[in-house]
Write a new protein. Structure first.
Length: 108
């Protein structure tokens, strides 16, 4: 199942702002219907609010110049682990081993 974010990503900022305005009106109507008892569409209201949040996130990313990677690319980037550097170039303190007296004397 594709995420709802993929539906909004190809839109430019103007299209996103128009969509946000329409969702704001839809949320207003749904809240009004819920309070007057005309509808019980809580699920529609929840989805509309989440879509509005998604759109606002994308608009903000455009403002900041952030181009979000696709979810699979982001996962791949996070799964790569950086290599651990040795704590001592000579290897004397490898794996928490105590430094020998000779190594201490050579440092001084």
């Amino acid at each position: 199942m594709a995420s709802r974010m993929d539906d909004f990503r190809p839109m430019n900022v103007n299209e996103l702002e128009i969509q946000a305005h329409e969702l704001g009106e839809q949320i207003f109507r749904l809240r009004f219907q819920l309070t007057t008892g005309q509808s019980e569409s809580v699920k529609k209201l929840r989805e509309a609010r989440r879509d509005l949040a998604r759109i606002k996130t994308l608009v903000r990313q455009h403002e900041l110049g952030i181009h979000a990677a696709a979810p699979k690319e982001a996962e791949a980037a996070h799964s790569k682990k950086p290599k651990k550097a040795a704590s001592d170039k000579r290897g004397a303190k490898k794996h928490g081993a105590k430094e020998s007296k000779e190594a201490k004397d050579s440092k001084e």
